[in-house]
Design a protein around this ligand. Structure first.
Ligand code: ADQ
Length: 469
């Protein structure tokens, strides 16, 4: 049981994110348990949070009021959301308006005024919690597209705070952003921060340009000068992973044993291709499976020697576009396997499930070619995770040029996922590359990922935020 009290002591560092980093379960005896949900952000922030008496504000996954509590040394402050708010603020405005719009309008964004109203109301609830929890002069770090109004709402009540905001997804150019009926409010919301961080420099440029054209503030390079004399800085902070921790897991004898088992269970293919994603239309899953299916159909690859394993975590299943995508992929996999497989051999193994970290590490160890082909992605951590696990410098990474990670992982086999022929030839090139070429590429990428890990990301952001004070 967590120790719980409604009067949590005030914190010098406050993280505000849509979700708390824990999941609640209730056992047969009716006792509540909280389990840390493994995620990059918790790993990154845990050490800093402990050192700074930090608190984390987020939704706990339900609509009941839960008092703040301590869990494994972290102070957690739950925010309730009603069923209707989940529909309108989360599935609606966050994931059916902002998500598709910020990802190049791959799916059509929907605009509903009641969703916007719910977005404002929920952002206010998060901001109000932060007002209560933050100590005098504290640093508050707000995360992601669900909470873009929180910086300004917070500053209005607490001008003493240092406020940072980080956007995990792309920030679109004006041509797309301007579709949003509430564009001005979103921009003003973000301007409440002292530092607005993005994955890539291009996103910061998009933001600064929009501020100049829409809001009319003066800007110099990456700084926005507000009429009241305050400055807002913007910069790229490419997010990363716990590289050393993951490599350590990959080196465990059990992980290696499990990687061998995976290959055995698949009938020991000569080449194993792997895709791992949240089931999302931004990830280009259809494109990559279609390209692979064509390679098998053309006879360019032999289905007895080459296999594709696609793992897709169930995601946002109550949103219509995600249900349609799931059906599309089911159909595509069925067609490829039905047309091109034979008894005991299917070209694609498709797993619609989520796995523990150790199983993911084993899959990365087992794969010869990692296929990461998003149509647009803020960063894409899977690409970095694969690289971190390949400590023997073996394996090839096929990486979309539309993933933020492609700016750092320059030695990957880069590809435009919209170009199916290009995708086919790049998959072949990765499968056929000689081992010296592969190890040269992998070594360089591994250096990048180990020198720029998640701890560095967090400390870069926080020191920049404190520096701009
Ligand atoms: P996501 O869109 O969720 O993140 P990504 O960066 O790839 O995308 O992170 C997914 C995480 O989930 C990875 O750590 C991966 O290992 C894990 N995962 C995926 N499938 C899994 C499965 N089947 N089982 C278990 N774990 C699985 C958003 C943005 C990204 C940005 C991140 C972080 O869309 O662009 O990189 O935030 O900022």
């Amino acid at each position: 049981m967590p120790s719980s009290s409604s009067t949590i002591s005030q914190a010098d560092l406050v993280v505000v994110a849509n979700r708390l980093p824990v999941d609640r379960t209730v056992d047969d005896a009716g006792t509540t348990h909280w389990q840390t949900s493994p995620g990059g952000l918790v790993t990154a922030l845990e050490p800093v949070m402990r050192k700074n008496a930090g608190a984390w504000i987020g939704w706990h996954g339900a609509d009941d009021d839960v008092d703040p509590f301590e869990h494994e040394g972290l102070s957690l402050v739950p925010v309730p959301l009603s069923v209707q708010e989940v529909e309108e603020y989360y599935e609606g405005f966050s994931n059916s308006t902002l998500w598709p719009l910020y990802h190049d309008v791959i799916a059509a964004p929907k605009f509903h005024r009641e969703w916007w109203d719910a977005y404002v109301a929920v952002n206010r609830r998060f901001a109000d919690r932060a007002v209560e929890v933050a100590a005098e002069g504290a640093v508050v770090w707000i995360q992601d597209y669900q909470l873009q109004l929180v910086p300004q709402m917070l500053r209005e009540q607490r001008p003493d705070l240092r406020i940072g905001f980080f956007l995990h997804i792309p920030f679109p150019p004006a041509e797309l952003f301007n579709q949003i009926p509430w564009r001005r409010q979103l921009l003003e919301g973000l301007l409440g921060a002292d530092l607005v961080g993005f994955q890539l420099p291009g996103a910061a440029t998009n933001f600064v340009r929009l501020i100049r054209s829409r809001v009319g503030h003066r800007t110099t390079r990456n700084t926005i000068h507000l009429p009241d004399g305050r400055n807002v800085d913007t910069r790229a902070f490419p997010i990363s992973i716990d590289s050393a921790g993951l490599e350590e897991m990959a080196r465990e004898p059990e992980t290696q044993q499990r990687a061998r088992e995976i290959r055995d269970n698949l009938g020991n293919p000569k080449t194993l291709l792997l895709g791992v994603d949240r089931l999302d239309y931004t990830k280009g899953i259809t494109q990559r499976l279609r390209a692979f299916g064509e390679l098998v159909a053309d006879g360019a690859v032999d289905a007895d020697e080459v296999m594709f394993v696609q793992v897709a975590t169930p995601s946002r299943e109550r949103v219509e576009q995600y249900r349609v995508l799931r059906d599309d992929i089911d159909r595509l996999v069925g067609r490829v396997n039905g047309d091109l497989g034979h008894i005991g051999r299917q070209p694609i193994t498709y797993l619609h499930t989520s796995y523990p970290r150790t199983e993911m590490a084993a899959l990365f160890r087992a794969a010869d070619v990692m296929v990461v082909t998003p149509l647009r992605d803020g960063m894409n951590l899977v690409a970095k995770e694969y690289v971190a696990c390949k400590y023997d410098d073996k394996g090839a990474l096929v990486l979309s040029e539309f993933a933020g990670a492609s700016a750092e992982l320059k030695q990957a086999f880069h590809v435009n996922p919209y170009d199916i022929n290009g995708l086919k030839s790049t998959l072949l090139a990765a499968m056929r590359a000689d081992s010296r070429d592969l190890s040269r590429r992998m070594r360089a990428m591994r250096r990048q990922v180990s020198e720029h890990d998640i701890a560095k990301w967090a400390s870069d952001f926080l020191s920049e935020l404190r520096r701009t004070a």
